[in-house]
Design a protein around this ligand. Structure first.
Ligand code: PGA
Length: 252
């Protein structure tokens, strides 16, 4: 059985006190409940990592960052290395989010470097891919996702792929209120798993979690998660509200 995962992507929200308070309340919620069937990961801004790590240390919630540097260490003012993230106790990092690709010009080559850096530092990678609206309308969505995975990810060894979770996030669905239909999500997830199978074989493809992201909310989560190749979600806006986030986890 593949791992089921719900990861919350806080993006650039909440100051330190707000973030720690929110993490404490989620941690408390999960410690009082029977273990969720899905693994829950909070991907916080860098400044929250060390504090949230202390809070969730003995709990059921895992911790991740939203980005890391493409270099290991040295004179890179303002950057945060994968190893620094790992040293906080965080276990995951999101790489290749469409907001990083478009606002910070992160291309496939840089994302491949970041992925390797993260894995070599002991972090598991939530690798994002997904097409824009015009790419879907021109029926290039499969080709785009294929390129993103081939260039960003497929230089990894089969062993390194054990450290990877893929998140399919159609750009047109992120923060827009538009969601892929369950059929569109399942179709792309199946395609992604097929690509992994082609490259790494059936065993690897079968155990790789593929998450959906893009305006996932309590009202649409169970429909989307029903797809046999949909193993959970990467949740933005709805991960900032405890009721919504926990309802999405329940849906899975
Ligand atoms: P959203 O964001 O749920 O707010 O659409 C998802 C994401 O960007 O990971």
């Amino acid at each position: 059985m593949r791992k089921k995962i719900v990861a919350g992507n806080w993006k650039m929200n909440m100051d330190l006190a707000e973030g720690l308070k929110f993490a404490s309340s989620l941690n408390k919620y999960f410690s009082e409940k029977p273990s969720p069937k899905a693994m829950v990961i909070l991907c916080t801004p860098f400044i929250h990592l060390a504090g949230v790590s202390e809070i969730v240390k003995h709990g059921k919630v895992a911790l991740g960052a939203q980005n890391c540097a493409s270099e290991a260490s040295g004179a890179y003012t303002g950057e945060i290395s994968a190893w620094m993230i790992r040293s906080t106790g965080a276990e995951y990092v999101i790489i290749g989010h469409s907001e990083r690709r478009s606002y910070y010009n992160e291309d496939d080559r840089i994302l491949n470097r970041k992925t390797i850096m993260a894995i070599n530092s002991g972090l598991k990678v939530i690798f994002c891919c997904g097409e824009s609206l015009s790419e879907r309308e021109s029926k290039n969505h499969f080709m785009i996702v294929r390129r993103q995975l081939e260039e960003g990810l497929f230089s990894l060894s089969e062993e390194q792929m054990d450290m990877v979770v893929i998140a399919y996030e159609p750009v047109w669905a992120i923060g827009t209120g538009l969601t892929a239909t369950p059929e569109q999500a399942q179709e792309m997830h199946k395609y992604i798993r097929g690509l992994v199978k082609e490259k790494y074989g059936n065993e690897c493809a079968k155990k790789l979690p593929v998450l959906y992201g893009g305006s996932c909310k309590p009202s649409n989560a169970s429909e989307i998660f029903a797809g046999p190749d949909v193993d959970g979600g990467l949740i933005g806006g709805a991960s900032l509200k405890k009721e919504d986030f926990t309802a999405i986890i329940e849906a899975l």
